[in-house]
Write a protein that binds this ligand. Structure first.
Ligand code: ZN
Length: 222
């Protein structure tokens, strides 16, 4: 999980578009975001996924071919040129403690101060990419680990194992396997770690209900 400990007001949880003038750093991303919002009005895009399925932009923006581009605010990560500037040798597994839609919304909030590269949906294993892999997402709460890792969030709560569906495990394992293959990361528990294993963290995710044995088998295709 990457949310701050403070509760958020209910009226701050929606996916209503932020006025462009409030974005302190209008970038290609924010321009793209605006374009996607316009495209969404003509497309069959569900309200809970404002930035999803908007067409050709996804194909050129995501690092994982079946992911949907759902860009985090650029205030929630550090632009970088990994793996040139930093080696990538870890995958960090998280659980959101939020719904999928609220997680995407929080990552779009420039005040959230956190985001992960990917979010996997419980019901069907859909994958949204929120930060490019070459950038340093703020998900581990530890700068060194952030520089070295890809962060994957899973929709659910650590004490509600029903969220850890077959679809979620399979989709996430396929994503992790692809990331490991791309960067030459060993597909083992020394390199695929839980947030709780990051030095200095007080987070417990993914928690005792996460089936690591099953997950590593799936990552390794056995
Ligand atoms: Zn976490």
């Amino acid at each position: 999980m990457v949310r701050p400990s403070r509760p958020r007001p209910a009226d701050d949880r929606g996916l209503s578009a932020r006025p462009a003038h409030l974005d302190p750093t209008p970038t290609r991303r924010s321009l793209l975001r605006g374009g996607l919002a316009l495209g969404a009005t003509a497309g069959a895009v569900l309200g809970s996924e404002l930035w999803s399925g908007a067409g050709a932009a996804d194909a050129v923006t995501v690092d994982y071919p079946t992911a949907t581009w759902a860009p985090a605010s650029s205030a929630n990560y550090t632009a970088a040129s990994r793996p040139t500037t930093y080696p990538v040798d870890l995958v960090v597994i998280h659980v959101t403690q939020e719904t999928f839609a609220d997680t995407i919304s929080l990552f779009q909030d420039p005040a959230h101060a956190a985001a992960a590269h990917y979010v996997v949906r419980s019901a069907d294993g859909a994958v949204d990419q929120c930060v490019r892999e070459h950038d340093i997402a703020w998900h581990a709460g530890n700068w060194d680990y952030n520089t070295r890792s890809i962060g994957i969030e899973h929709e659910g709560w650590v004490d509600q194992p029903a969220y850890f569906t077959n679809a979620l495990y399979r989709a996430s394992a396929a994503l992790t396997a692809a990331v490991c293959t791309k960067y030459g990361i060993p597909k083992d528990r020394n390199h695929i770690i839980g947030h709780y294993q990051v030095p200095g963290t007080d987070h417990t995710d993914p928690g005792p209900n996460w089936d690591w044995v099953r997950y590593l088998r799936l990552v390794n295709g056995v």
